[in-house]
Design a protein around this ligand. Structure first.
Ligand SMILES: Nc1ncnc2c1ncn2[C@@H]1O[C@H](COP(=O)(O)OP(=O)(O)O)[C@@H](O)[C@H]1O
Ligand SMILES: [Mg+2]
Length: 244
């Protein structure tokens, strides 16, 4: 370790500027799910986003993942304004750069773990042998190497979520977005899945993790709290043993 004080000045991956997202529910009812949010996330950060139900976490996540667009304000992903991309460019970006993990594992039923993880590679036009090799590696990386041929119904919740994580990382994305990935898991599986996110982060990937569990957020170096569509706090901690 160097004695030189390190000022982290990493490239911003995510720049959100005064973003609002309004759902017009009826003519005279509008919900301001995001109400002026600004934040910057640098490459290689692990950020926990917290907030009670309805505070706007999923709305923010969907926007970060280009699944939804702000009503106003700007969102730059890797320096590019998402508004300037067409549908094809956005979906291409989602496939190449972003790995999603959701609370409901969203695995394809009656389809093996291996085939589930191969799926994003099929969309990307990767050859059969290469798909098999990479999906096997991804499943091994999440400790599921011995369950390649199992169907989702033959796996526990924690195991299904690990398969979902393998599916999210098989394309080697630089950004991982997880929306309450441990919300349906017991504490043991929660621990296992969080360890995997920490490992992915240690490998250099940017991880944004939505959670409402305090013990999850305690492990993150940066915690952003949302309330009523606004940022309540954005706290950074220096981990033990790390130079300030
Ligand atoms: N499609 C939608 N139409 C109308 N209102 C919505 C829609 N999606 C979310 N909302 C509202 O926006 C607010 C934020 O929702 P959401 O981002 O899902 O919160 P969280 O993920 O923090 O629970 C809530 O008040 C919710 O009811
Ligand atoms: Mg949500």
């Amino acid at each position: 370790m160097s004695d030189r004080p390190r000022r982290r000045r990493r490239r911003p991956v995510i720049v959100v500027e005064d973003v609002r997202r309004t759902y017009q529910v009826t003519d005279d009812l509008a919900v301001h799910a995001l109400d002026g949010v600004s934040l910057t996330i640098a490459a290689g950060e692990l950020v926990a986003i917290m907030g009670s139900s309805g505070s706007g976490k999923s709305t923010l996540m969907n926007m970060l993942g280009c699944l939804d667009q702000p009503t106003s304000g700007r969102y730059l992903l890797d320096g590019v304004d998402v508004k300037d991309m067409d549908e094809d460019e956005q979906s291409d970006l989602r496939n190449r750069k972003i790995g999603f993990v959701f609370q409901a594992f969203n695995l394809v039923p009656r389809t093996s773990a291996l085939a589930n993880v191969e799926l994003p590679l099929s969309y990307a036009g990767v050859s059969r042998g290469e798909r098999r090799r990479r999906a096997t590696d991804a499943l091994k990386a999440v400790g599921m190497g011995a369950r390649l041929d199992h169907l989702p119904s033959e796996l526990s919740g924690g195991q299904q979520q690990r398969v979902a994580v393998a599916r999210a990382i098989v394309t080697n994305p630089s950004l991982i977005l997880a929306d309450e990935p441990t919300g349906n898991l017991d504490s043991r599986s929660t621990h296992d899945v969080l360890r995997i996110f920490e490992t992915l982060n240690a490998e250099g990937r940017t991880v944004v993790l939505i959670t409402h569990e305090d013990d999850v957020a305690e492990r993150a170096r940066r915690v952003i709290r949302l309330a009523d569509g606004r940022i309540l706090s954005d706290d950074r901690r220096v981990a033990a043993g790390e130079a300030a």
